[in-house]
Design a binder for this molecule. Sequence first.
Ligand code: GTP
Ligand code: SPV
Ligand code: MN
Length: 583
Amino acid sequence: MTNNKEVLKWINEITELTKPSEIIWIDGSEEQKKEIYRKALESGDLMELNQEKLPGCYLHRSNPKDTARVEDRTFICLPTKEDVGPTNNWFEPEEAKSRMNKLFNGVYSGRTMYIIPFIMGHPNSEFGKIGFEITDSLYVVASMMIMTRVGKVATDMLKDSIDFVKGLHSVGTLDEKEKYILHFPEEKSIISVNSGYGGNALLGKKCLSLRIASYLAQKENWLAEHMLILGIQAPNGDTKYVAAAFPSACGKTNLAMINPPKEFEGYKTFTIGDDIAWLRIGEDGRLWAVNPEAGFFGVAPGTSHKSNYNMMETISKNTIYTNVLQTEDNTVWWEGMTDTPPEKGTDWKGQPWTPESGEKGAHPNSRFTAPAKQCPCVSPEFDNPNGVPISAIIFGGRRSKGVPLVYEAMNWEHGVFTGASLCSETTAAAEGNMGRLRHDPMAMLPFCGYNMGDYFAHWLKMGDLVENPPKIFHVNWFGKDDDGNFLWPGFSDNFRILDWIMKRCENKAEYTETALGYMPYAKDINIEGTGLDEETFDKCLALDKEALLQSADSYDEFFKDFDRLPQKIKEQISNYRKRVENM
Ligand code: GTP
Ligand code: SPV
Ligand code: MN
C-alpha cells in the first residue's frame, strides 16, 4: 500500500520483534471493513445486535478489569523527569524501550498483525497528522475505522514523507502490572500494551491528538486541547463558535450536541467536535479550531432522547457499543436511557441482569463509537480544513459546592489562570476512586505531553500571539443542594448560559465584577420554561467566601509542586486570594 521507506523499515522491525503469523494492511475500503467485522464476529470481539432495530450496530464486552483509561500506567518518555513535570509519570526513554522490547517479543505469535494508516485532521490539510497503528485487536481496528480517516487516504497523503506518528499496540495478556501506555514525543511514537480499552488502545485519540500533539503544538505555536467545538447560529444567521474544555465525563459530548430550548426560537446549533480541538492562529489574527477526529467515543449512561436527542439519533446505526446492557430483543440499554429499565437483560459483564439485582446493567464508563457524519446537527464546516473561528473558550468542571454556574475571565491572562486552576470531581472515565475533587488544569491533566508549567507558559504566550483572542469563561452545570440534587437542570438548558456568553462576546450583556471574574445578573439569564424558581436560581449564581478561600488554599497546595510555574500565574494566584479576602 505504500513504498514509503521509513514506514516499511519500521514495519519490518516490528514484524521481526512481534512475529505475527499474518499481516493485514487496512486500506479503508468497504469490502475490507465487512471482512474485518466478519472476523470480529467470529473471534467474539464483536457481537451482532438486532439488525432491524440497530442496523450496522455491534456490541463489545471488554475484560471487566479493562474498562477505562489507566492514568497511573500512562507515561511520558522524555530525557529527564523535569521534562514531564509534576503531573505526569516519567519513564526514561531507553529503559522504556528495552522493557517494551521484552514485552513485545513474539507478542503476535499465532496472531494477525493489523497495520492501520490513519489521519487525524482533514485529508490534504497541512494541519492533518498521519499516524500508523499496529495492533492485534479487531476491536481496535473496527473502532479506528470509525474514529479516524483510515487506509489509503493516509498513505496517499503521506507519500514518502518521514513525518508520521508510530503507534504500536497489543492487548497482550491484560496483565495489570505490565500495562503501559507510553509516549515518546521526541520520536513521535506511542507504545501501548495490555489494555484494549478506548483511550488506552485507540492511539489516534488521546495519545496522538493530545499527548504527542500538545508537545508539538508548544514548539509550533498552536494548541491541542481536550475541547468540544460547537457552532451557535443566531436567528439573524450569524454563527459563532465556542470551544469548551471539561474533564472526562463532565459534559463535552452533551454540550457539543445541545439543542436550544423552545424559548430560543430561531437559534440553531452545529457540532464540529465533542472531545478534541486543535487550535491555530488564523491569518485574521483569530484562533481557528478543527476537530481531528472522525467519530464520537461517547459516554453511554445518562444519554437519552430527552438529554441528548442528537446523540441518540447518531448512534441508531453503524455504532459499536462497549460494556452496555444487552436487552432481550438484542438491543442495548444503560442507566438513564429510559425512565423504566427493561425487565431483564445481560449486563456488561455478560451475566443475567434484572433491575432488582442491585448491579449496574451498563458499566458507568460504557461507551458508543459512532461516525460523526451521522449526527443530525453535524456542522457544514465539519470538513473545512481551516476549521472555524473561535469566539469563546469555556472551561468547566463537576463541582457540587462553591462554584457558580458561570463567570467570565477578566482578560486572557486571568483566563489562563481560570483554566489552570480548574478542579473537578473524578468520574468513571479513568480507573480509580470516583467523586474525589482534583485539580485538572484545562481538563488536560491526564493528556499533556510535557511539563505542565511550560504548558501554562505556552498558553500565556498564545495570548500574546493571537491578535483577537477569544474571551474565556468558566461554567459549572453540576452544583448540588444539601440533599444532593442538581440545582441547575443542565443539558439543553445550558443554552441559556451560552446565550449570555454569546452576548458577552459582542459586549452586549451586562456583568458584575466579582472575585472570580465577571458574572451575569440573574435577570440577564432567561430561565423561563426551566421550572426553576428565582430563589434556586440565585443559588446557582451565589458565591460563598469560605469556599472561595478554600480554593485559594488548594491553589497554593497544588501549584507548589510546579518548579516551572510562570510568574504571571503566581501573580494570578495571589491576586485571586486578595480579591476573595476583600469580598
Ligand atoms: P468524555 O468522553 O469522557 O471526555 O466525556 P464528556 O466530557 O464528553 O462527557 P459527556 O457529555 O459524555 O457527559 C458525561 C456524563 O455527564 C453523562 O452521564 C451525561 O449525561 C452527564 N451530563 C452531561 N451534561 C450534563 C449537565 O448539563 N447536567 C448534568 N447533571 N449532567 C450532565
Ligand atoms: C476521556 O476519558 O476523556 C474520553 C474517553 O474521551 S477515552 O478515549 O478513553 O480517553
Ligand atoms: Mn474525553
